[in-house]
Design a protein around this ligand. Sequence first.
Ligand SMILES: *Cc1c(COP(=O)(O)O)cnc(C)c1O
Length: 312
Amino acid sequence: MFKMSSKNQNINLKLLNEKGIKLSIKREDEIHPFISGNKYRKLKYNLTKAKEQHCHTLLSFGGAYSNHISALSYAGKKHGFKTIGIIRGEELGQDFAHLLQTNPTLRFAHENGMQFKFVSREMYRKKEKSDFLQDLKFEFGDFYLIPEGGTNALAVKGCQEILTSDDTEFDYICVSVGTGGTISGLINSASERQTILGFPSLKGAFLQEIIEEKTNKSENWKLMHSYHFGGYAKINEILISFINDFYQQTTIPLDPIYTGKMMFGIMDLIKKNFFERNSSILAIHTGGLQGIEGMNQRLIRKKLPLILDEKL
Ligand SMILES: *Cc1c(COP(=O)(O)O)cnc(C)c1O
């Protein structure tokens, strides 16, 4: 179940030839149809630990379209755990039938047996506080806690397995950043001469410090803060058309929250000659494609163009 490896796919685009850059994408999005990309890596050692502790329930946190919540619900079902999702947005719980109709992420999690508790944004902010967790234990009984986005020390350990010995040839490793767990694993496992570039998908000034705490190197990585498109889950027509063009040219789908922003950033940096000629770049496709459907429903409401994927 947990044997995982993904292939590196070489990208052919005119810009890359012009600038003398080699770009490959590590297709972590393909390691599992439902527990895709980095979320699989992050859950691996946590599920083993929960089993060792004879814990039968996994509890975690996320937004209404969370890739982590989606992955956790399926992994929990597969491995015989009960799952509980604490979801940001009290109002979501008011009409549950309507919610399941309109939100494909939570519908999928519900179908996998996940139980939800919807909390206000104010309450959600207290999710790491011990009295809130105590209340949750009172309500749900004993559980194995997985933090928001799945990030903890065991998640970083799992993400250290993304890079393999075949990947040492690359000069740069690029990855999208949310809570910082995935990039921390890459930083720890990259070879000395490699540079890791992180592309935060949110305004994340706090990320530098968080990543420093989780890693054992300080020299070989850098966060590129100019590609969040206004904040977490914020997107615009420029990003949508970039994602669609990239899909048409490479047949590789990108998600709008994470990998789309990263790839936009990589291409922009290539255009601006950030990378020396003859550099080789490995971009990690961390998955997240389950989020496209939910994003498209919001785009329809906003009368914006849709993101193309295999289903359209
Ligand atoms: C969760 C997620 C990320 C961010 O990973 P972190 O470890 O939280 O930084 C990146 N890409 C995708 C597709 C994700 O789902």
